[in-house]
Write a protein that binds this ligand. Structure first.
Ligand code: ARG
Ligand code: ASP
Length: 744
């Protein structure tokens, strides 16, 4: 009997003992994982990865533009990130004459590098656990009083951290407020564009391949950080100097070996690993499918327009990509969660949690009811969350006419003040500029189609739309007719006339009669006064319970590998370079090659278009020494736990050298935002050797490669894996089968 008891406890506690690859770890706590990482092959010490007193890997990794990651690769501030992360900068410098999007851009020297107002790159100076100080004096406080004290404490700590230096400090909650960390950073503001490959490289595969393995995207762009004479951050000035970093990554052009250690070090945005079974069930079966349906409608309208003319294709390209990116990720998530039966796994974990809580009266008291309460809250309040999700899709993501409404609402709200201050005409000029760029990429019939389809879908999804007089009394076609034929907001000429003749009377008239504005106002007011407060309240209650749930997991299962959900702070995940077998009878290799890229191009699909130069170089097999035994690797996968925000993150080998840039996950693994499955979840990286080849051979920008430190020769892994004899190497070049034999 006793033996069985022990066995059961062991099985149950493994529910919380995660596999090595799961988790996004806090760099300042990495010491705790050092031996595990070393057991997987890492040759570095924790101090080399993160140190406050000495330079370490962290000093070469920057939060790029607040949403992506980038890494330094030279002593002169050369910075790499993804193509899709630098896309808007490349776009902003592009014109019909200089179409950098289509043909790429390469500065031949530093003078040609292009400035990017507003773009920042932040280096993390240190990450401190400040939980005790943040919670100081909050004992016994609840609700607003608690929040107030918390905020005061944070302010003091943040101010102290930046007194007498040029840093910025920010305190963030981790584990739903069980822990608080202060991140001190150095924010650079003079970041110049150095180079970007053409979209046919940087976005190769487009939406067809997005979130998909096998992948052949050269998703990188090149920037440079400039600093003042003192090497500290400075706003753009011609006198600024290339930043001299504390650390930059040597770049590994060594052969890769399947199974070798990989580490991803960057800024993951958000994950939700702790959701209760009921909560996940609601997301998987209701919220995500509804959001997908909404986007199905937008995409159907946009895709039809894009297929009908080149002009519309260009106008809607980036909007389509934005809408489709989330849409496709969610479809992948649902598929993944279903195939592993994530809800059942959650139920099993909840049972383990409850069983454990039942073993001690103190735990029973604190944790015994929690799971049930969380699931009950979802059952009772999920509509509040759902209303929020649907409003976001309808009013903010959907028809763009609503965007115009939001913007004009601001202007008419500020009209009197602007007039008094004498700033009205300047402001109107700004609006005219804004409207020019808005209408440049807007098509009335397309937006109308989107609006009509989305309105029907929205009504179907939210069921009770009685709060809206417009939606309850009119059909989507009737509304569309008034809005797209009558409103001043859906036509550029009418909109400019409206701006030109703006006065008290025209505003009154507009507020009373413009059908687009009136519908939007009704929806937006309801959103602000009803939907947001309710959904915030739901979140607050749920987060309060999750805080206790996470504390319970840590207390009752102390041996588990606990990691706080991603929150846009710097994290480390480690794993190995490996393929996966996400479907029955199917095995993904861990890498792709230029041959595969050409094969995709030969399908004739426009997402796989190439400029002639790529085909010429590929035909010549002119790999410039960046190949691995005769193949030019393009991308590879590894089992590192990543999410949105990790784009551009360095993928680092056992010795701290750069192997490539993380940029995506496979479709089967997007579920990792909720649950990481080591058998399916793979992040996708563009191999740095392909990046170098593009710079050197394709773009004739070899001077950038010269700036970097290249690590050649055998990697420790290759030395161990028993390299082939010269003869075998030649034979390997010819045939894959032969190569596999050789590997053995
Ligand atoms: N799926 C990746 C991410 O979430 C890459 C998106 C950019 N690429 C694209 N084809 N839209 O950011
Ligand atoms: N593509 C994502 C990004 O831009 C990365 C991911 O979600 O895996 O951060």
């Amino acid at each position: 009997m006793k033996k069985i008891g022990i066995l059961i406890t062991l099985i149950l506690s493994t529910f919380f003992r995660l596999n090595a690859e799961e988790g996004m770890l806090i760099p300042s706590l990495i010491k705790a994982f050092e031996s595990d990482m070393q057991a997987m092959g890492m040759k570095l010490t924790a101090d080399q990865i993160y140190s406050v007193n000495n330079s370490s890997l962290k000093d070469a990794i920057l939060h790029f533009g607040g949403g992506c990651t980038a890494e330094l690769v030279s002593s002169e501030g050369l910075l790499l990130t993804n193509h899709h992360c630098g896309y808007s900068q490349v776009q902003s410098h592009s014109s019909l004459e200089n179409d950098y999007i289509k043909y790429g851009f390469w500065a031949k020297n530093k003078e040609q590098e292009l400035k990017n107002p507003g773009l920042t790159a932040a280096r993390i100076v240190r990450i401190d656990d400040v939980t005790i100080s943040v919670l100081n004096g909050t004992e016994g406080l609840t609700g607003e009083a608690f929040e107030k004290r918390l905020k005061e404490n944070m302010k003091v700590l943040e101010n102290d951290a930046v007194t007498g230096n040029h840093y910025k400090a920010e305190i963030k909650a981790f584990n739903y407020g069980n822990d608080y960390y202060m991140v001190v950073k150095e924010v650079f503001t003079d970041i110049r564009l150095v180079g970007a490959p053409p979209s046919s490289v940087g976005k190769f595969g487009g939406d067809t391949d997005n979130w998909v393995w096998p992948r052949h995207t050269g998703d990188f762009s090149v920037f440079r950080i400039y600093a003042g004479k003192d090497n500290k951050p400075a706003d753009f000035s011609a006198d600024n100097k290339p930043y001299s970093p504390l650390h930059f990554f040597p770049v590994s052009v060594r052969n890769r070996v399947p199974g070798e250690f990989t580490m991803v070090y960057g800024f993951p945005g958000s994950t939700e690993q702790h959701l209760s079974s009921g909560h996940l069930e609601y997301i998987q079966n209701k919220e995500r499918p509804a959001r997908i349906s909404m986007r199905d409608k937008s995409l159907a309208a946009i895709n039809a327009s894009m297929a009908s003319s080149d002009l519309l294709r260009i106008k809607y390209a980036s909007k389509q990509a934005r809408i489709a990116n989330g849409w496709k990720k969610w479809i992948g998530q649902i598929g993944g969660l279903q195939s592993v039966d994530a809800i059942q796994i959650k139920l099993d974990r909840e049972k383990a949690f409850n069983d454990k809580a039942a073993t001690k009266s103190e735990w029973k008291e604190k944790y015994g009811q929690l799971v049930e309460q969380m699931n009950a809250l979802v059952a009772e309040r999920k509509d509040d969350d759902f209303a929020y999700a649907m409003d976001v899709e309808y009013i903010f993501i959907g028809a763009e006419m609503f965007k115009r409404c939001r913007s004009i609402n601001k202007l008419i709200g500020e009209y009197e003040t602007l007039k008094e201050l004498g700033e009205l005409s300047d402001e109107i000029e700004k609006y005219k500029k804004g409207s020019k760029s808005f209408f440049k990429d807007y098509d009335n019939p397309t937006d109308r189609k989107m609006f009509t389809a989305l309105t029907d879908e929205y009504k179907k999804q939210v069921v009770d739309f009685s709060f809206s007089k417009y939606l309850s009394t009119r059909t989507s076609e009737e509304l569309a007719k008034d809005i797209y034929e009558g409103s001043v907001l859906t036509d550029e000429t009418k909109f400019n006339e409206f701006l030109d003749n703006l006065d008290e009377n025209s505003i009154e008239e507009f507020k009373k009669n413009d059908q687009a504005y009136l519908l939007w106002k009704e929806l937006f007011d309801h959103f602000v006064t009803v939907v947001i407060p309710k959904s915030r309240d739901f979140d607050a209650q749920m987060n309060g319970m999750l805080k206790i749930y996470v504390a319970g997991k840590m207390e009752m299962f102390p041996d588990g590998k606990h990691w706080p959900d991603a929150n846009s702070t710097m994290r480390i995940s480690y794993g190995k370079m490996e393929g996966s077998a996400p479907h029955d009878g199917m095995q993904y290799l861990e890498h792709t090659t230029l041959d595969g890229l050409i094969a995709k191009n030969q399908t004739g699909k426009s997402d796989f278009d190439l400029l002639p130069r790529m085909k010429e170089l590929a035909a010549k097999k002119d790999y410039g020494g960046y190949d691995q035994d005769g193949d030019l690797w393009v991308c590879f996968t590894s089992s590192n736990h990543t999410t949105g925000g990790n784009s551009g993150s360095p993928v680092i080998d056992a010795e701290g050298y750069l192997m490539g840039l993380n940029f995506d996950r496979s479709w089967e693994s997007t579920m990792s935002d909720y649950m990481f499955d080591p058998n399916r979840c793979r992040n996708i990286t563009v191999d740095i050797r392909y990046v170098l080849w593009i710079m050197d051979k394709y773009a004739d920008a070899g001077h950038l490669v010269k700036e970097m430190t290249l690590i050649k020769g055998d990697s420790p892994y290759e030395a161990n894996s028993g390299s082939c004899s010269e003869k075998e190497k030649k034979c390997k070049r010819k045939k894959r089968r032969c190569k596999q034999k050789c590997k053995k």
